[in-house]
Design a protein around this ligand. Structure first.
Ligand SMILES: [Mg+2]
Length: 206
């Protein structure tokens, strides 16, 4: 299975479906340590992204991701829109010019994207943010020698990173205002990020 335009479209469709399915879970997680809008916002952004993708022809994987990034930036409020936008825009730029993307190119583009998210949001590993799911996932992808197995490993690492946010005290974003009271809650951004990686594993493995 190659990473081409159609597989990239399938990835985005699967991610949108995961967000829709888990909208209420993401709302509940964000209500516990934030303002409770993550599920609603991400669902709106992904549904709008699907509409844009259906309305316009996308030339390659990079074009698909750029369309989604721009849509999330313009439709998702709070921190999630700009951060997911930064992630997917950087991924789009790392894949630019490739009709089919190989594993080394894909892994390098993901690393640059995660670096971009960290530069934008200022979060380090352990701050209880989406970075806690992203960094282990990209570490796993970089060590892979096979695309499908690498994405499965990346999704598993993202899941572990997501689960590991529960005992952490938030140091970035709205949750950090809660201090110690943020302990004991799974981070909503790390959770939606896990769905992004899980969707990628499914889309590019079948
Ligand atoms: Mg929120």
């Amino acid at each position: 299975m190659a990473i081409d335009r159609d597989a990239t479209l399938r990835w985005i469709e699967l991610f949108a479906a995961q967000i829709e399915l888990h909208r209420e879970q993401l709302v509940q997680l964000d209500a516990a340590i934030g303002d409770g809008d993550h599920g609603t916002n991400m669902n709106r952004g992904m549904q709008r992204s699907l509409e844009k993708l259906r309305a316009t022809e996308q030339a390659d994987p990079s074009a698909v991701l750029k369309t989604v990034a721009m849509t999330l930036i313009s439709t998702v409020g709070g921190a999630a829109g700009p951060l997911y936008g930064t992630l997917l825009l950087a991924l789009a730029s790392g894949l630019a010019g490739h009709a089919e993307v190989d594993l080394p190119t894909y892994a390098a583009a993901w690393r640059a994207s995660v670096d971009g998210v960290q530069a934008r949001g200022g979060a380090q590993l352990g701050d209880k943010t989406m970075v806690d799911a992203l960094v282990p996932a990209v570490d796993a992808l970089e060590q892979a020698t096979d695309l499908s197995a690498g994405l499965q490993a990346a999704a598993a690492a993202a899941e572990q990173g997501m689960l590991a946010t529960t005992p952490l005290e938030a140091r970035k974003g709205r949750a950090s205002y809660l201090g110690e009271r943020s302990v004991g809650h799974q981070d909503p951004g790390a959770t939606s990020t896990y769905y992004l990686l899980e969707s990628a594993a499914e889309a590019f493995a079948s």
